[in-house]
Design a protein around this ligand. Structure first.
Ligand SMILES: CC(C)(COP(=O)(O)OP(=O)(O)OC[C@H]1O[C@@H](n2cnc3c(N)ncnc32)[C@H](O)[C@@H]1OP(=O)(O)O)[C@@H](O)C(=O)NCCC(=O)NCCS
Length: 210
């Protein structure tokens, strides 16, 4: 969707930026990994298909995506943005009759950046954005039964297991955003800052010099 095409969300260790064409080559490299294909239940795409996919994430009203950047690295203006990418986080509005229902996906593609709290941080940031800007009232995640790390992370974030599909070997977890959940989420992301992406790009060092 276009709502976040110039939105930057700043957290403690990560910065979320809109998924642009310049991110596609690195994204495409990541998705050649059989491990990531399996963990995210994705099919490999050609580079051309990946560019089409980027366009569809930007244009379609039911999809919202951010690329996750290493904040410390990105604040160094000598490093190209593509070299700061560590993963992505997405919301997909699955039900055309109910835009308050969102499927959530997160991927820390760079193994060196896993297990450092970034997955949890960016998931909370995306949920907060989804609740406040997109009006999401229920989140759902579908996770491969073998992906214990991801299941553990979402349970830690208070998602409840609702079903297991043995055929697809996946578990579905969900979270209803009632008032206490909303309050906790906003509290957990109270330090998150929303900025103008293009403006911040030309003044990246301000992220660590405040
Ligand atoms: C799953 C994933 C998003 C988690 O992100 P992360 O940054 O590695 O995780 P975090 O460091 O934020 O940890 C979040 C929680 O996950 C769990 N976790 C993290 N690493 C773990 C490990 N090695 N073993 C078991 N649990 C682990 C813990 O419950 C942790 O919470 P805690 O630190 O408070 O105990 C990330 O590992 C990833 O993207 N993996 C590859 C792709 C993938 O599986 N995507 C999800 C598809 S549904």
């Amino acid at each position: 969707m276009k709502i976040n095409e110039n939105t930057l969300l700043e957290g403690h260790n990560a910065v979320l930026v809109p998924y642009n064409a310049e991110h596609v080559p690195r994204y495409h490299e990541w998705m050649k990994s059989p491990e990531l294909q399996q963990l995210t239940a994705s099919e490999p795409l050609t580079l051309e298909q990946e560019y089409d996919m980027q366009k569809s994430w930007r244009e379609d009203d039911d999809k919202c995506t951010f690329i996750i950047l290493d904040k410390q690295r990105w604040a160094d203006t000598s490093v190209e943005e593509e070299q700061c990418m560590v993963g992505d986080v997405n919301i997909f509005l699955t039900d055309p009759t109910d835009p308050s229902l969102a499927e959530l996906e997160v991927m820390i593609a760079e193994p060196s950046h896993r297990g450092k709290g970034i997955g949890k941080e960016v998931t909370r940031m995306m949920m907060s954005y989804g609740v406040t800007k997109l009006g999401v009232k229920k989140f759902e995640v579908k996770i491969g039964l073998d992906n214990q790390v991801s299941v553990a992370m979402f349970k830690k974030l208070h998602f409840q297991e609702v079903s297991v599909c043995k055929v697809f070997k996946e578990v579905t977890l969900e979270m209803m955003v009632d008032e206490p959940v909303r309050a906790r989420l906003l509290d957990d992301t109270a330090d998150m800052k929303e900025r103008d992406y293009r403006q911040t790009c030309s003044n990246r060092q301000e992220l660590v010099s405040q």
